[in-house]
Ligand binder design. Sequence first.
Ligand SMILES: [Zn+2]
Length: 63
Amino acid sequence: MTKEQKKAYQDVEVLKAILSKTLAGAKFRLDCGHHITFNHTLGNDITIYNGKKLKIICSQCGY
Ligand SMILES: [Zn+2]
């Protein structure tokens, strides 16, 4: 990766800040049928399959 290419990537803390700000307390039904509440200590973890169309499932149903 070149220096220029590296510069295109923001720190993961920026992503966390965006997600926390946007999703705190939000509840969703996932592609696997399970549920998630964001920023909930005992809430499900999620797996995001990347691509043109995202697929989001809980980590229990991952793989
Ligand atoms: Zn699931």
